[in-house]
Structure formats: structure tokens, C-alpha cells
Design a protein around this ligand. Structure first.
Ligand code: URA
Length: 440
């Protein structure tokens, strides 16, 4: 595949801008040039924006995903015994499920080769969360990844230079160019990485609601169907759960805060919604792997493992193997702590009717828990503790959020945005189930 000249890259952008179909060669040339650093960010950003508005048809999407997948190596995990299954979320606020799920499913006997990402837009990323554990390394080689899988039945690493490098670059660019919320771009990003992992099966957590990239359920369903289709065409077993992201998952939003909450949940405590969703996704993984006869049996087993503390112990061993300090999991005061806390309080009596959940995520980014530019470094300590859930009764002066901050000016902006992100009214709305639909 030839690298496009400056002129032909501009031509590709113009065609997509005008709603024309791109040829296989144009797509492959573009993706390979960008991943080889032969195309400037501004041209890639312009094409992403054109795709955002014009979309990709099924054939373009298949080529786009394949080009991203082939920008790197595809792992062969045939030497790891048993069915290998991973989970991927389309991104949420307070979504720390992966930290709990991977050791939990591994403890239940199924291998989980998990390659995770960083925060994107208003959503958090598993790698950023894990890196708040002192010493923890996510930049491991694929051969070390394989060794960890053999020994621990799971591992938690980041996308190496070998795995879908085109996605790695495009993901960072989309994060800061307003081009995240696109069905073909999300589907190709997720599936190119997952197909490179050498898995047999994949469980997708497709988020919907105000904290998701696809806030409307119709769009979430279309995204789920698109990803399930890409995975099946590649010969993998794929199931998607469409789950509610209308309020933050659990109580904590922010990297070290989320690690602490994950540790609670791994020890059988933790918030109900977080535990319920983790167990629901894990049950799909167990059934897919043939490790449980049905979802009910799988859920009972996973619940018992959480209560026994065995998943927590497995997580501790892996954290140590990846260079982290396991003492910080048992005593979470050893995790990075923000120097100051401010409380956002209710200004009227009433019932929590709704959240603008993405706005809660953006407030966390303002504090420094996520990135506003590609070069930003995340602050592991800062974040938000969400004190109320939809349906809770509140009185004037009750705490709505605790803002864990480092810089006063950022805390002021975050607090104002948080105050506006929660709707207090006279009557609770009908409760939304956590798992809305299952596709696949
Ligand atoms: N997660 C990903 O890996 N990619 C996206 O585009 C969105 C969520």
C-alpha cells in the first residue's frame, strides 16, 4: 500500500466530507500513513470529523477496522489453555468494572487477556486508574503479558506498540478533537484492539444514557449490533449487554478513588450497582467459556467468590507481579490522596431526579483526572465522590458530591458544574434497570 501524498490525503478528506464512499485503497493508505507517522494530525483530525458527520457504510467499516487491526500484530494465545474471553466497555463515568471483573473471572477458572485503554473524553480509562497504584506498570511486553496470563490467568496491560497502533494514535487524537461519539469510529476502535488480543470470545458493555457516548438507546443498540457483527465475521463469540449510564457507576469518579472502591468490591463490599453489573458481565463470560451452565449458576458462583475474598487475593498477586505495591490495596490510604476536599450541597429539599452524568465526568477532567489535550498528565489523586443516587430524598445542605482537588481554581469550576449536573425535583422518576438489553 502506498503512502498517500499530501494531495491525495486531502482528496480523501474532501470525498468523505462530501458524503462519497471511500475505496479500500484510500482507507488503507490513510490508516497506514497515519500509523507510520507519515500524515499530520490535522489531516487525520479532518478525516475523523468528516467520518463523524458522514459515517462509514458496512464495507468501508470492515476495511477501516481491518486496516487498524493489521497496523499491528495479532496475538496467538494458543499456548494458554482453555477458552480466552475479554470484556470491553464503550466508556462510562465511574466505570471501574474491569479492575474487579478480570481477577474475578480468572478466579472462576477462565483466562482473561485484557488489554485496556486510557480515559477518553469525559470517560475514565482502566490504565489511568491502575497507574494510580504506586509502582504498577501497564507498559509490559507481549511476552511478559503471556507469562502473566499463564501464571495468573489474567493480566492488565495497555495497548503495546504492536497492538493496533493505528487505533492508539487515532484514539488519542479523537479524545481531543470532538470525534469520539461516532458509531463507526467507536466500533472500529474497540474491535480492532479486541481482535488483536487472541481471544475466543468477547463480552461488550455498551453504555447508554447521559454518561455514555451513545446517549440514546437506539444508537447504543446500533453500536452493539455493529460490534457484534464485526466480531462474528472474525469468527469470535460476542455478546453485548446494553447498560444504563444515566448516573455514575458506584460512588467514586477519579483514578485512585476508583481503585479504592474496586478493592472494596473485590472484598465483597462496595456499592450494589457496581457489584451487580460486574457479576452480570462476568456471568456472560463464564457461560460463553463453558464454565457455567447458565447465567444464574454463574452469578451465584461469582458472588460467592467476591464474598470469599479470593478475587481480591488474586488481584493483589497480579498487582505485585506488575510492579505495584499490594499494600496500597489493603490500606487504600497508601494510594495517592488529594490535599483538599470540598463539598457540593443541595440548595433545596426534594428528590434526586436525574444526573447529567457526562457533566460529572467532565468535572472530573477539569480537576485533572482526565486529559484536555494529548500531552496532559492525569492526576491520580483528584476526583469526585458521588453521595446521592437517583431517587434519593435530600434536604437543603445535604452533601451531593465531595470534590477531591489539588488546585482551588479547578475545584471552583468543577463544583459549579457538578451543582448544575444534578436535577433535584419533587418526585422520583421511574427507576431504570442497570442491564437494559442483551444482544447476541
Ligand atoms: N473505547 C474504545 O476503545 N474506543 C472508543 O472509541 C470508545 C471507547
Amino acid at each position: 500500500v502506498s503512502t498517500p501524498t499530501f494531495t491525495s490525503a486531502a482528496e480523501t478528506i474532501r470525498k468523505k466530507r462530501d458524503g462519497e464512499r471511500l475505496s479500500d485503497a484510500e482507507i488503507r493508505a490513510f490508516i497506514s500513513a497515519y500509523s507510520d507517522d507519515a500524515l499530520p494530525d490535522y489531516q487525520a483530525a479532518a478525516l475523523l470529523m468528516a467520518v463523524y458527520f458522514r459515517g462509514l457504510d458496512a464495507a468501508e467499516l470492515a476495511t477501516w477496522t481491518d486496516a487498524m487491526l493489521r497496523s499491528g500484530t495479532v496475538l496467538d494465545l494458543a499456548d494458554i489453555p482453555g477458552f480466552k474471553v475479554d470484556k470491553h466497555s464503550t466508556g462510562g463515568v465511574g466505570d471501574k468494572v474491569s479492575l474487579i471483573l478480570a481477577p474475578l473471572v480468572a478466579e472462576a477458572g477462565v483466562a482473561v487477556p485484557m488489554i485496556s485503554g486510557r480515559g477518553l473524553g469525559h470517560t475514565g480509562g482502566t490504565l489511568d486508574k491502575l497507574e494510580s497504584i504506586p509502582g504498577f506498570r501497564t507498559d509490559l511486553s507481549l511476552s511478559r503479558f503471556r507469562d502473566l496470563l499463564l501464571e495468573h490467568r489474567f493480566a492488565l496491560i495497555g495497548q503495546t506498540a504492536e497492538i493496533a497502533p493505528a487505533d492508539k494514535r487515532l484514539y488519542a487524537l479523537r479524545d481531543v478533537t470532538g470525534t469520539v461519539e461516532s458509531i463507526p469510529l467507536i466500533a472500529s476502535s474497540i474491535m480492532s484492539k479486541k481482535l488483536a488480543e487472541g481471544i475466543d470470545g468477547l463480552v461488550l458493555d455498551v453504555k447508554t444514557g447521559s454518561g455514555a457516548f451513545m446517549s440514546r438507546i437506539e444508537d447504543a443498540r446500533a453500536l452493539a449490533e455493529t460490534m457484534v457483527g464485526i466480531g462474528r465475521a472474525a469468527g469470535k463469540q460476542v455478546v453485548a449487554l446494553i447498560t444504563d449510564m444515566g448516573e455514575p457507576l458506584g460512588r467514586m469518579v477519579g483514578n485512585a478513588l476508583e481503585v479504592a472502591e474496586s478493592c472494596d468490591t473485590l472484598r465483597g463490599d462496595g456499592p450494589d450497582d457496581l457489584r451487580t453489573l460486574t457479576v452480570a458481565l462476568g456471568a456472560e463470560m463464564l457461560v460463553m467459556a463453558g464454565a457455567a451452565a447458565d447465567v444464574a449458576e454463574a452469578e451465584a458462583r461469582l458472588g460467592a467468590i467476591l464474598n470469599s475474598g479470593a478475587a481480591f487475593a488474586r488481584f493483589e498477586r497480579l498487582v505485585e507481579a506488575q510492579g505495584g505495591d499490594p499494600r496500597a490495596l489493603g490500606d487504600t490510604s497508601l494510594l495517592p490522596q488529594a490535599p483538599a476536599i470540598e463539598t457540593v450541597r443541595a440548595t433545596r429539599d426534594g428528590v434526586v431526579e436525574d444526573f447529567d452524568c457526562a457533566e460529572v465526568g467532565r468535572a472530573a477532567v477539569v480537576l485533572g483526572a482526565g486529559r484536555a489535550t494529548k500531552e496532559d498528565v492525569v492526576d491520580p489523586a483528584v476526583g469526585i465522590e458521588v453521595c446521592v443516587r437517583r431517587g434519593d430524598a435530600v434536604q437543603v445542605g445535604d452533601a451531593l458530591f465531595h470534590v477531591h482537588y489539588r488546585e482551588r481554581a479547578r475545584a471552583d469550576v468543577a463544583a459549579a458544574r457538578l451543582a448544575a449536573a444534578v436535577e433535584i425535583g419533587d418526585e422520583a422518576r421511574r427507576a431504570t434497570p442497570l442491564v437494559l438489553e442483551r444482544i447476541g
